[in-house]
Design a protein around this ligand. Structure first.
Ligand code: SF4
Ligand code: SF4
Length: 342
């Protein structure tokens, strides 16, 4: 599909027209940081954001999501997906959504995730400000960003808008677009290439070499114990991660004791209870009782275990975990570079 161009002066009208047609969610300021939220006015959109506190997966896989309601007559799905536009997603988060698309669709297809995903048009936007802990340029560099419906890039006097699907192309009717010139397309390509050099952190080795050496370090209990020595087991590194997708399911009963609802909540493998199971009669077993075991599990999931299925690492280099960790020990680049250097 051919790229189009919209002037800066026409951009607010484009957003306003879209917002009249469907809810538009995009990055907005939240005190000194940013979050994806429903836009109430076009000027709220902050395409100059560095990284959002939570990833946009929360639109398809919310932190708490009702799955079904039940009573004495049976149960019904609690699915209420809305047609919406998710606007301004950075390419690393597009990659993460592509991963969760695959993981939630395989085997027992997760109809709750898929229903929310299928009703969402995703517009990516270029990274205008690089977060202080980002390393998206050196992780899974050969994995393309895909699955979005259009890509928007800010250049000098406007935006190059590249539709990638029919859903993306349908957005053109909301704005005063003109065909993008070759010079404007080249300008957009340069903007997207140049930003890669601005990542403050980087992995020193490629995906395959990292997977081999990190896996080989599995049995080095002392290493993992040292790496996790300051870990609070808070799970923040999981909670903010765009590629984490574990959840817990709980039933809530109403006072009538016959009706209620089933809800799933984000879970976190760094927390102490994550791998704890009941053995009955009050006895329990925890498969990852030690902090080092949990810390290792996260790294193995990000750099090793899922690679064959995903075609690359289960990390997109957003740096959210590094920034969210109070003890500042969660940064994958420091952990992996240390293991690679040993
Ligand atoms: S592991 Fe950290 S850097 Fe990698 S995708 Fe998750 S939050 Fe981002
Ligand atoms: S590594 Fe950091 S963010 Fe993750 S559980 Fe430990 S203290 Fe919390």
């Amino acid at each position: 599909m051919t790229a189009s161009f919209i002037k800066n002066s026409d951009f607010a009208a484009f957003l306003t027209a879209m917002m009249k047609a469907a809810p538009v969610y995009g990055p907005v300021a939240k005190r000194s940081r940013f979050a994806f939220a429903r836009l109430e006015a076009p000027e709220e959109l902050r395409l100059d954001y560095d990284v959002t506190i939570l990833p946009p997966k929360k639109l398809f896989f919310p932190p708490a999501q009702d799955l079904l309601r039940f009573d004495s007559d049976g149960f019904e799905a609690a699915l209420e997906p809305e047609e919406k536009i998710l606007f301004g997603v950075h390419f690393y988060d597009v990659k993460a959504i592509d991963q969760t698309d695959l993981l939630f669709a395989e085997r027992n297809c997760d109809i709750n995730y898929i229903a929310h995903r299928q009703t969402t048009t995703i517009v990516a936007s270029n990274v205008q400000t690089v977060s202080k802990r980002a390393f998206f340029a050196t992780v899974g560099a050969d994995v393309p960003a895909k699955g979005h419906d259009a890509a928007l890039t800010s250049i000098d006097d406007g935006y190059v808008f590249e539709p990638l699907t029919a859903r993306g192309e349908a957005l053109l009717k909301f704005g005063r677009f003109a065909p993008a010139t070759e010079a404007q397309c080249r300008g957009a390509d340069k903007v997207n290439a140049d930003v890669l050099a601005e990542c403050p952190e980087k992995l020193e080795h490629g995906t395959a070499a990292i997977a081999t050496k990190v896996r080989a370090a599995f049995k080095d209990e002392e290493l993992w114990s040292q790496l996790a020595a300051d870990c609070f087991s808070c799970g923040s590194c999981n909670t903010v991660c765009p590629t984490c997708y574990c959840f817990d399911v709980q039933d809530t009963w109403h006072v009538d004791q016959t009706s209620g609802k089933r809800t799933r909540y984000w879970d976190a493998c760094l927390t102490e209870d994550f791998a704890k199971i009941s053995l009955g009669e009050g006895a329990t077993e925890n498969f990852r009782d030690e902090r080092g075991e949990r810390f290792r599990h996260r790294l193995m999931r990000k750099a090793v275990y899922l690679n064959p299925k995903l075609g690359g690492p289960a990390c997109v280099g957003c740096g959210r975990c590094s920034a969210a960790c109070t003890a500042d020990i969660a940064d994958p680049t420091r952990i992996i570079n240390q293991i690679m250097a040993s």
